[in-house]
Design a protein around this ligand. Sequence first.
Ligand code: ZN
Length: 266
Amino acid sequence: MNRVYCCFPGGKHKALTMSYDDGRTQDRRLVQIFNENGIKGTFHLNSGLFDRGDRVMPEEIPALYKGHEVACHTVTHPTIARCPLPEVAQEVLEDRKTLEKYTGYPVRGLSYPNGSVSRDIENLLPALGIRYSRVVGSSDSFALPENPYRWQATCHHNHRLLELGEQFLSLFKKQYLYLMYVWGHSYEFDDKGNWELMESFCRQMSGKEDIWYCTNIEFLDCMDDFNRLQFAADNSFVYNPNARDCWISVSDGAPICIPAGGIVRL
Ligand SMILES: [Zn+2]
């Protein structure tokens, strides 16, 4: 029987994604660095704090974050594990509603403000249309998330970033899928005066043939698409019911594309 492996788009086996919170004005410089290097990321915004003066303006959202993902960070950034659940629900849903007015697409990602989460909140999120939420801290790992509602990054950018980047670049075993996930806040680069750290990292990671550069939700959508593929019982053919192409490798052959809506004999 054919042995089928999931691949990232283009048949790649490594993915890089970035995740930045709070939507401060320093996002403009950070997005520019990402764009210059073909790096993609997710920006978690508080829709109730746009008028604070240190945040990007909502009208900027479509152009500034083009090609990246805009995601929730709640309306007002409360420590939600201390709040009643109906309040948490509204903090998330109202954030989605406002952000979606500017993005024009369903906003399905979240990062927990102050990293605050509980089991009840985690269980609530699917009903609010949220597909994942990021916690704080660093895992120092390139493993795929086991629980997307407690998604921990590989590292904060101030934690071993260039060293972990080197490790990630050197991974070559194609029997595994790897993810490097970096998080932080763009204002931290001004606070620490270390923009060159992110510039170096993005240059280091840029333009690699074996890396898929994706947003947080693109990563999960790719995994979800794979899980919806319908394989024949003997793996001799597969149907892709998704609206996106999927990539698989069959018995260690070169990766192949299963076109959206198509049936392919394997
Ligand atoms: Zn925050």
